[in-house]
Write a protein that binds this ligand. Sequence first.
Ligand code: SF4
Length: 395
Amino acid sequence: MEHLALSIRVPIEQDNPSIVRDNAKCIKCGMCKEICTNQIGVHGTYTFEETDGLAVCINCGQCANVCPVDSITERYEYPDVRAAVQDKDKVVIVSTSPSVRAALGEEFGMADGSFVQGKMVALLRKLGADYVLDTNFAADLTIVEEASELIERVTKGTAPLPQFTSCCPAWIKYAEIYHPEILPHISTAKSPIGMQGPTIKTYFAKKMGIDPAKIVNVALTPCVAKKFEIRREEMKAAADYLQAEGMRDMDFVITTRELARWGREEGIDFASLEDSDFDKFMGEASGAAVIFGNTGGVMEAALRTAYEYITGETAPDVLFQLEPVRGYDGIREAELKVGNLDVRVAIVYGTANAEKLLADIRNGTKQYHFVEVMTCPGGCIGGGGQPKDLDKDRD
Ligand code: SF4
């Protein structure tokens, strides 16, 4: 690994936008350190002398997810959203990520993996959201952009290969800190939430006749790193377009756990809620977007799209049965025939695994066209803001 002190490009936050710590609650179990070291690959790569006593954080929130005593939690934003829904001058629009609907039920005592999309939408409406949209709408935009960019890179050499996915903000921050040399390889497409925000404040607002200045955009996600992502300098496309200085594309991020907490505080009986549907406009999406939540999902969706663009035919399912690679945890690879092209792909979760893959690419033992990297175990379904399962096997 390049030495951290030589390659820092982004600030190491003192006021972390993603997590907060209450050291008084800490029981020194070491679980946060274990996951940050072995799965994420950050802890242990630096010394506090090098960083003036500050911890390096890529904002994934896995430490909060494994902390058994809430000594580390995500930085709660649901009180801000609650204040916004009580403000008659605000229009609160919540966009929901795919992995929330498969996990929220666990917070209310339902079986793991219960699909509670209808109740999730109903809960948001009951809490006062004016519109409930599906971030899968923007996931489709991300897929089209990533697929088109991949085709350009492969067929015209417009940018270096392999192309890495860009939708995981913790992975992007990891690359910025530890491997700035690979930034030209990372897709220029924004993440689904990065696209959903400005699309709502421009296109949706215009179509629905809403003053964009009144919109409070909320992303409901499994992801703690999105709290960092929406506050990045670049996330102000709507402000640039509308010439509205100070406007952010997405205003708040709340996690699956935060929504459940808010619902419980309001005394809402989740199980008895009648299912509700997303708002129709920007509330519908393709099946491709739904698979974003699992590791390999972004890759599969983009390759299916690239396949159709190149061949004009629907991609056969058999292409996407990726084989695990012996000797690696969390890395899978495959070679696919896309038209006349043999496309080599890899799917990685955990930035510690990405580090191994980058070393192989660097020393020439591995070559790929397209690499998906997701930071959390199993992808966003195992995100830092998902229900805690302190007994789960993290391998
Ligand atoms: Fe967020 Fe998903 Fe990346 Fe985890 S894998 S940091 S949940 S985008």
